[in-house]
Design a protein around this ligand. Structure first.
Ligand code: FMN
Length: 303
């Protein structure tokens, strides 16, 4: 199976991708999608591109845009191309009401005309087969995307990644595998499955259901995108403490300010606490840390 690292804003950032490269290759990841970069204006904010500079990327990385303005999207995609990227992705899955209310992220599903113009701009800017869409099953109902498939199929996409939940579900409840299979059957573009797939637990209900589909058969995904399960599993590696120390060092070099560094590290460790009782106990101390020195003490990551 082809595995793609999912974008998680604040977690799977460039420094994370570079530091945890040994784990990504050990788990068979072949590519990744960057956390989203806002396409808000035709004047691209250069500092927003820092996370997708291709230098030092361990895997091919597809930069992701979020927005609803085709002209702003074109400008951002041009900037991606100038950095050397041949592919790009559009976020139509972000479920937060602050974003969807403005018609961005999963909010694009409520405006099929706008989504069509964004796909048109994306395919024109990147070329046929080089632009992809990451999407939810719907905002309120899991039937919304199915009804948009004739429109989506008009565009020659690199792939259509389906997080098999509605936006309303956020990140909870079960992925809807039956609806995913309906989309996969209706799609003229390659489809990527996403949602609760743990490559480290092939017997789990989601992984076993997906893995039992014969490659190339109706509904079988071309690839699987994995986010939280991979991030949690990192905590169980023998070298987790070493990688974490390297991540803290690299994060301190990258970010200015105590609260950004603490925030970034706590984002990751909030996943690790779910992986084992030992990390849960460490988390209980980590969450109280107010300085980087305290965090280093708790984690045993002295310089
Ligand atoms: C904290 C967080 C940040 C996320 N950021 C993004 C993002 O920037 N772009 C995106 O398309 N999806 C984003 N997602 C969604 C994930 O890419 C993925 O679709 C979701 O976590 C389900 O996959 P998983 O069960 O393998 O984690 C985010 C999810 C979380 C929990």
């Amino acid at each position: 199976m082809h595995y793609i690292l999912a974008p998680l804003r604040g977690v799977t950032v460039r420094t994370f991708r570079a530091t945890f490269a040994p784990a990504l290759s050990a788990e068979g990841f072949e590519s990744c999608v960057s956390p989203f970069i806002p396409a808000l204006s035709t004047k691209v904010n250069q500092s927003s591109l820092r996370d997708v500079s291709p230098a030092d990327e361990p895997l091919p990385c597809v930069p992701q845009a979020i927005g609803k303005d085709p002209a702003a999207l074109r400008a951002l995609l041009e900037a991606f191309r100038r950095l050397g990227h041949a592919k790009a992705d559009l976020n139509a899955g972000c479920p937060y009401p602050m974003i969807t209310r403005k018609g961005r992220g999963a909010g694009l599903l409520r405006s099929p005309d706008v989504l069509a113009r964004m796909l048109e701009a994306g395919v024109e800017a990147m070329g046929p087969g080089n632009f992809s869409l990451k999407v939810r099953l719907g905002v309120e109902s899991p039937d919304e995307l199915v009804s948009l498939m004739p429109m989506v199929n008009r565009f020659p996409l690199a792939n259509l990644t389906v997080h098999a939940r509605t936006a309303r579900q956020m990140y909870t409840g079960r992925p809807d595998l039956a609806r995913f299979l309906d989309i996969a059957a209706a799609s003229s573009n390659p489809v990527v499955y996403n949602g609760d797939f743990d490559p480290g637990d092939p017997e789990s209900p989601v992984a076993s259901a997906i893995l039992k589909l014969k490659p190339g058969s109706a509904g079988a995904p071309a690839a699987v995108m994995v986010g939280r399960p991979f991030i949690r599993n990192l905590a169980l590696r023998e070298d987790s403490a070493t990688l974490l120390a390297a991540y803290l060092d690299a994060t301190e070099l990258e970010l200015c300010g105590r609260s950004s560094v603490l925030g970034r590290m706590k984002e990751l460790l909030a996943y690790w606490r779910e992986a084992s009782p030992a990390w849960q106990r460490r988390w209980d101390k980590v969450k109280l840390c107010r300085t980087i020195a305290e965090l280093r003490m708790v984690l045993g990551c002295r310089r």
